[in-house]
Design a protein around this ligand. Structure first.
Ligand SMILES: C[S@@+](CC[C@H](N)C(=O)[O-])C[C@H]1O[C@@H](n2cnc3c(N)ncnc32)[C@H](O)[C@@H]1O
Length: 286
């Protein structure tokens, strides 16, 4: 355990109850969170999501394997960080709750761990809030905000109330940055978030890639990307290993570096990956 991440006696922050605003959900357009839920075998998806997801599966893109690999990486990364003594998690792009959610893994190791979930999809938030209802300690907070406006996200009073920004925080951007286009300015977003975190904080990223796609399957992949662009609420930007590595600026990678998701500190439960669908890595701010 490192000295700057030593466990502190955490008292849950005194949060006001979450305002339950009426949620307007458009189920006629596919949404990445619900498509991902479908890939993982979940039930929280609608016909438009299933149709878009099936279109993608029919292109031969390895999205189901990618989703399983990614989800398993998330669990191993949270376990690794918890074992390093990290007690605060800012998980942006939470997704519809599935097996091994961040708070379950982190609080399973340290019940005092604080987790803030952030997503811009109201349906994700509805599910997440239902899961947290009666969870007890007030150490898990759910916030609606957009990664594309990191300053507003950081200023959110519920984020501020739940996390102590003078102590190390794990910033989790797991399978969300590929929904940030180059026009959205991912480097600036990461800089704003990274600058707000103190020394000893960690950055966790997994990111979809087409690096391993061979020429004959390129057209299939282009079709899959086109489905996200034309049929869902968020375009998909797959990136190379070199480009994803740039996102760790200021957060030197811990071993084994940025690797295919299945190769990041695998354990007995890690699903075998047959191809490279996502890169995964964890960096630590010196
Ligand atoms: C593929 S899911 C990943 C879920 C989870 N992190 C995991 O890896 O299992 C991507 C999530 O990012 C969310 N998302 C996409 N764009 C976002 C944005 N601009 N701001 C916040 N969340 C976003 C989606 O709503 C979805 O829940």
């Amino acid at each position: 355990m490192t000295s700057d991440t030593a466990p502190e006696p955490l008292e849950p922050a005194p949060l006001e109850p979450e305002p339950w605003e009426p949620v307007r959900i458009d189920t006629s357009v596919a949404h990445p969170a619900r498509m991902y839920d479908y890939y993982l075998g979940g039930k929280d998806n609608f016909p438009a999501d299933r149709e878009a997801a099936e279109k993608i599966i029919s292109t031969g893109a390895d999205v189901r394997e990618g989703a399983r690999t990614n989800r398993a990486f998330l669990g191993r990364a949270v376990r690794y960080l918890s074992e390093q003594g990290v007690t605060q998690f800012l998980d942006i792009g939470t997704g519809i709750p599935s097996a091994g959610n961040t708070h379950e893994v982190a609080q399973g190791i340290n019940p005092a761990a604080r987790v803030v979930y952030v997503d811009n999809d109201p349906i994700v938030l509805t599910h997440a809030r239902a899961l947290m209802a009666g969870h007890g300690k007030g150490a898990t907070t759910v916030v609606q905000a957009d990664l594309r406006d990191p300053a507003e996200l950081l200023a959110n009073r519920r984020v501020r109330a739940a996390l102590d920004f003078t102590r190390p925080i794990a910033l989790m951007l797991v399978s969300v940055l590929h929904f940030i286009t180059e026009e959205d300015g991912p480097d600036g977003i990461l800089k704003t978030l990274g600058d707000a975190l103190p020394s000893g904080s960690h950055l966790v990223i997994s990111h979809g890639t087409a690096d391993a796609v061979v020429a004959r399957r390129r057209a299939n992949l282009d079709q899959a990307v086109d489905v996200y662009r034309s049929k869902s609420t968020a375009a998909l930007t797959l990136r190379s290993k070199a480009r994803v590595t740039e996102f760790f600026d200021g957060f030197p990678l811990v071993e084994p570096g940025l690797v295919p998701g299945q190769d990041w500190r695998p354990d007995d439960d890690t699903p075998p990956g047959t191809t490279v669908t996502v890169y995964a890595g964890v960096g630590r701010k010196p």
